[in-house]
Design a protein around this ligand. Sequence first.
Ligand code: BEZ
Length: 208
Amino acid sequence: MSLRLGDIAPNFTIDSTAGEINFHDWAGDSWVFFFSHPADFTPVCTTEMGRTAKLAQEFAARNVKPLGLSTDTVEEHVKWIKDINDTQGSDVQFPILADANHKVAELYDMIHPGESETATVRSVFIIDPNKKIRLTLTYPMAVGRNFDEILRVIDALQTADKNRCALPADWQKGDDVIIPPSISNEEAKGLFPNGWNEIRPYLRTTKL
Ligand code: BEZ
């Protein structure tokens, strides 16, 4: 059965470019951006790895650890990282899991036979410090992920958690937020002392 939002991200121990990783221990108190790749030395994956490395400070600022997975060995990954850095002008520091036997890919349902019988699709799991899966995205092999959206949704999840709010379509950091219908006006007065704009009783927006 596939993993669902709110599930605890399954733990695993596997070799990586940073040595053996026990996932839950490695994640610690951080959020995790866990993303899979069909194979080493493939063009779309190479751009995604480079982009992730260049966003290192953005991830760190959000207390997020990136973790890649590709279905090749550590030796292959190490050679590939040289290529990634050469071609993308990056400095890959985050670990890449060596999942040559598809142990983790199967645990996380990253192989979709309609796309390929053997290679993973481009899965994304955003996992919070309680190890809960908070967001999943699945891209096909031929389409690289949108990293602006990945940062945006991490901002959105962290903002929602911190402020008990919801976020409207296309929300960006600094935009107005929504007061969820589960919060009564009485309770909202304490939570959102700046007041709110009541467009409908179920649609209340406010500035944080
Ligand atoms: C790529 O990463 O470039 C790729 C991998 C598998 C199929 C198509 C593209």
